[in-house]
Design a binder for this molecule. Structure first.
Ligand SMILES: C[S@@+](CC[C@H](N)C(=O)[O-])C[C@H]1O[C@@H](n2cnc3c(N)ncnc32)[C@H](O)[C@@H]1O
Length: 281
């Protein structure tokens, strides 16, 4: 396990992922009923952007710091930025802290982190929190153990480091197993967009699962012509809330401008028969 998220925290990929998470979470607040959240690959939770590791890559400069200092209108990002501003100086919140900010007293959060040191850091933040449980466990194992939640309302984030070349296969199998246990959950899977071939294969394998509502969201900084480059980021959202696109697409397009991705674009594609249409913006 070599991947450490501290080198990448707050980069443009994190901003896209965490912004979309906040739009999903807002939808959960529309009902009083309790919900639970599972974060299978949680990381350390809080990232010091002026640490030696973060400054080594300085990826936040082209991500969250660019958004924070942008002269563009930021009202579309209000809920996400409120969480960023609520942190201690220099801290970028990872998915666990973003999730924690959305918990009401009736809601619960389960976090899995396999790296021993990262688990320790994460556990330090939450060990006294009665609404949060932290597991030093493989995220896919946690899914099997925790689903379905007793509340029958939930959000699941699967955000692996893609160190393993079989990760797309593991994601498909993990989603299949999870969906069998909890078909009404909202699932979000994160993936990097480099070479398009494995992504097309991934989409084909997701189509075969015959899950009725699977939406693929792609945020590209340019045409993905160079397969070795990080060209953008993708999200798979299963059971997306009604009208999610209306909130999400204008904001993602605004992010392209803020990040100055002049050749960038946002692409949405339904990966299920029932909704099979393509939308290109
Ligand atoms: C991309 S980072 C997570 C970032 C985090 N979700 C966020 O948005 O702030 C992936 C994390 O997964 C951890 N990890 C790697 N393999 C894992 C596994 N099988 N189960 C759980 N965690 C794992 C890594 O140590 C790393 O901290």
């Amino acid at each position: 396990m070599n991947y450490r998220h501290i080198y990448h925290a707050g980069n443009f990929l994190d901003v896209v992922k965490h912004f979309v998470l906040t739009t999903l979470l807002q939808k959960f607040h529309e009902k009083e009923n309790a919900f639970s959240i599972i974060d299978t690959h949680a990381g350390i939770g809080a990232y010091q952007l002026d640490s030696i590791q973060a400054l080594k890559t300085n990826e936040a400069q082209q991500g969250i710091l660019k958004l924070l200092h942008s002269p563009h209108d930021k009202s579309l990002f209000e809920n996400y930025l409120r969480i960023i501003h609520a942190q201690k100086p220099g801290i970028y919140p990872g998915s666990p802290l973003i999730f924690r900010a959305f918990l009401r007293s009736q809601d619960r959060l389960w976090l899995s982190e396999l790296h021993p040191e990262d688990f320790k850091s994460l556990n330090q933040i939450f060990h006294k929190d009665p609404q949060v449980k932290v597991f030093h466990q493989d995220g896919y194992v946690s899914l099997k153990a925790l689903l379905p939640p007793k509340e029958r309302r939930g959000l699941i984030l699967i955000d692996p480091p893609f160190e393993d070349r079989h990760e797309f296969k593991a994601l498909t199998e993990g989603l299949y197993e999870s969906y069998k246990r909890f078909s009404t959950g909202v699932y979000m899977i994160w993936f990097p967009i480099k070479d398009l071939k494995p992504i097309k294969k991934f989409y084909a394998s997701l189509r075969e699962l015959e899950i009725p509502k699977i939406l693929a969201v792609e945020f590209l900084r340019h045409q993905p012509t160079i397969a070795e480059m990080l060209n953008g980021t993708g999200l798979i959202i299963v059971n997306p809330p009604w009208k999610l696109e209306e909130k999400m697409v204008p904001a993602l397009e605004a992010l392209l401008k803020i990040f100055e991705f002049k050749q960038g674009y946002v692409r949405l594609e339904w990966l299920s028969e029932e909704f099979s249409f393509k939308k290109v913006t």
